[in-house]
Design a protein. Structure first.
Length: 216
């Protein structure tokens, strides 16, 4: 059985129908995403740099304040200078790029996201992608990975997450549903997600129920 890319799991957790369209499309990384992702590898220099021309999501003052809080994390030295970066990892069920592999008590992933962070924690699709990265690292190294980090570099925000029972259950559920797609899943009823979707204009094909996708 083919291994699911991390990016597809994140999309599936957000909207199965979007994943259906994305699988038939060639996706290029936008310049804004690439520029913001680079910030995650420049924390040391950004602390004292002129930030007025950088693509931040908050004011330079807020950015530095957020970085100061992040610097209190026990893994900060590794987050600034990771043991490995942009590493392709293959697990039992999924594969993809781990943005930073931290050399802590075990190899720990840190995943970089270029959007806006929630008030607390991380967004559910990003949690699924991060758990996938941790699971793949665990599979490669034969060691338990029970935590991970999520970075929002345009905001200077770094958050640690634990691989809780709930997070791992959401990951397994997403793997099952992503593998089951063989036709257009049902539309979402969440208009805020649909408004921001690049496939909204073509999202008009006949739908199938989630029950049928799962063989129920």
């Amino acid at each position: 059985m083919s291994k699911i890319p991390f990016s597809e799991l994140e999309t599936a957790a957000y909207c199965l129908r979007k994943l259906y369209y994305r699988r038939t499309d060639d996706i290029e990384v936008p310049d804004l995403v690439a520029d913001r992702r680079r910030l995650a590898f420049e924390y040391d220099s950004l602390c004292d740099a002129d930030l007025t021309s950088r693509l931040l999501g908050v004011s330079p003052e807020r950015f530095r304040s957020n970085l100061d809080r992040a610097a209190e994390l026990d893994a900060w030295s590794e987050l600034v200078a990771p043991a490995d970066r942009e590493r392709l990892v293959e697990g039992k069920d999924c594969r993809g790029i781990v943005h930073k592999v931290l050399d802590l008590e075990t190899p720990v992933p840190s995943m970089v996201f270029t959007g806006t962070p929630p008030e607390a924690g991380v967004w559910e699709p990003q949690s699924v992608r991060t758990v996938a990265a941790a699971k793949a690292l665990s599979w490669e190294h034969g060691r338990t990975v029970d935590r991970a980090f999520v970075e929002y570099p345009a905001y200077g925000v770094v958050r640690e997450i634990r691989l809780s029972v709930r997070r791992k259950a959401a990951y397994r559920r997403t793997v099952r549903t992503a593998r089951a797609i063989d036709g257009p899943p049902p539309r979402l009823k969440n208009e805020s997600k649909c408004d921001a979707c690049e496939y909204r204009a073509e999202c008009g094909v006949k739908t199938r129920t989630l029950r049928s996708l799962l063989g129920g």
